[in-house]
Design a protein around this ligand. Structure first.
Ligand SMILES: Cc1cc2nc3c(=O)[nH]c(=O)nc-3n(C[C@H](O)[C@H](O)[C@H](O)COP(=O)(O)O)c2cc1C
Length: 395
């Protein structure tokens, strides 16, 4: 019988599904409900010192849709509006009621040693399981030098991590931003001063678009917009890239985040190196109840693969990821067109001839597509562009 139980450092998880820091972890009573419904843990909405002024805007959100479905989300929301005392009392309440659930306190403060350490010292007195340092919110008050202003600098990130490690009585995860050229540099800097693990990604800085009738930005606040944090399906490839890069450069535990909406997405993160996953946007849009499908699907998959738990999946695909330089340049695939599916629409011919290669053509009576193998470089553009999925690739 497979199990979803997993262990990270000394922390036992009932299952690897954790609510990411965000609106779905902004209230104790909601987290209580999520735990009842089966989530393995929660990262609290980022807690900050009571003196930090937070001025939110309206609207806070914009979306990107494809065929009616939201595939991308953008937010310009700030941090928790509740006091440190609210969260300390809440952690005690939740731990007493749900002793087997994992609670991670996400924290952020101005770049001052006493601010970070006093927040951690206060939270140390609660039964919180771990800390997550939010160095990564892209719109989170850069004018006050916090959020991504910290996470884009190795020096500031490592300095704050060291301050926190000096006093923290629980493991410290650093939430890294994808909005840097090389995430592994920041990761190394914080690992060198004692970080116990990583969480990534936070949102990707973006601009959601413009209404072409009114020429107003999609996220329009009294006539103006700003750059916000993008999340949801559109950021998954960025999250997978970041997690795999971290796994290739470090052995520390990683909480994988970004665009996870199904158990299959979670498995993708685990096989490229995540130890557990966090989910935000999908829960915001579809509720805590998605946990049932996430758990059942993963359990069934483990059983079908004859695996006992997710440790057998962790990082499985990492050895298959390498540099472009190391890839076999002699390996060539060519299109194989299935005549049963091909309607000779010519789209593959068009995309091939309008790129460099011109390897495909219609035969003289336009009844089938012909391949000039000598010209074909095996790029796969024809396969991806075919509207009938009639093209597969072969050696
Ligand atoms: C509305 C909203 C608010 C968020 N607030 C926080 C926050 O307070 N602290 C934090 O570390 N991350 C915050 N995040 C980022 C998420 O925790 C997560 O890293 C990101 O959304 C990517 O995951 P997803 O694609 O599952 O949403 C927020 C995300 C959204 C959409």
């Amino acid at each position: 019988m497979a199990t979803l139980k997993t262990k990270i450092l000394d922390i036992e998880f009932e299952n690897p599904y954790i609510l990411a820091s965000g609106p779905e972890t902004a209230l104790i009573e909601s987290i209580d409900k999520a735990f009842e419904m089966g989530w393995g843990g929660a990262v609290l909405k980022t807690i900050t010192s009571d003196t930090l002024e937070l001025n939110e805007v309206s609207p806070r959100y914009a979306t990107l849709k494809s065929k009616g479905k939201i595939i991308g989300f953008q937010n310009v929301e700030l941090l928790s509006h509740y006091s440190v005392k609210y969260w300390c009392d809440g952690i005690r309440f939740l731990k007493e009621k749900h002793p087997t659930k994992v609670i991670i306190a996400s924290i952020m403060a101005p770049v001052e040693k006493k601010e970070w350490q006093s927040l951690v010292n206060t939270l140390n007195e609660t039964p919180v399981d771990a800390y997550e340092l939010n160095f990564s919110c892209p719109h989170g008050m850069p004018e006050k030098n916090i959020g991504m202003a910290i996470g884009t600098s190795s020096e500031i990130s490592s300095m704050i991590t060291a301050w926190v490690k000096e006093v923290a009585k629980r493991p410290v995860f650093v939430k890294l931003t994808p909005n840097v050229t090389d995430i592994t540099q920041i990761a190394k800097a914080v690992e060198n001063v004692g970080a116990d693990g990583f969480a990534t990604i936070n949102t990707v800085q973006g601009f959601m678009g413009v209404d072409l009738e009114t020429l107003e930005p999609n996220l329009c606040i009294d006539g103006f917009s700003t750059y916000g944090g993008c999340s949801g399906e559109i950021v998954k490839p960025i999250g997978l890239r970041c997690v795999s890069q971290l796994r290739r450069s470090s052995k520390l535990p990683i909480l994988g985040i970004g665009g996870i909406s199904t158990w299959q997405d979670a498995v993708q993160y685990i096989v490229v190196g995540a130890d557990a996953v966090q989910i935000c946007t999908e829960v915001m849009l579809n509720g805590y109840c998605i946990i049932n499908g996430l758990k059942n699907g993963l359990l069934k998959y483990l059983e079908e693969k004859d695996m006992n738990d997710i440790s057998e999946l962790k990082g499985k695909v990492v050895p298959k990821i390498t540099s472009h330089e190391a890839l076999n340049k002699k390996y060539r695939l060519h299109p194989d067109i299935n005549p049963e599916k091909c309607v000779v629409c010519g789209k593959c011919v068009m995309v091939c001839s309008e790129s460099e290669h011109q390897a495909l053509s219609k035969d003289s009576d336009a009844k089938c597509i012909k391949l000039n193998q000598a010209k074909c470089v095996g790029c796969t553009l024809c396969k991806h562009a075919c509207p009938k999925e009639a093209i597969s690739m072969r050696l």
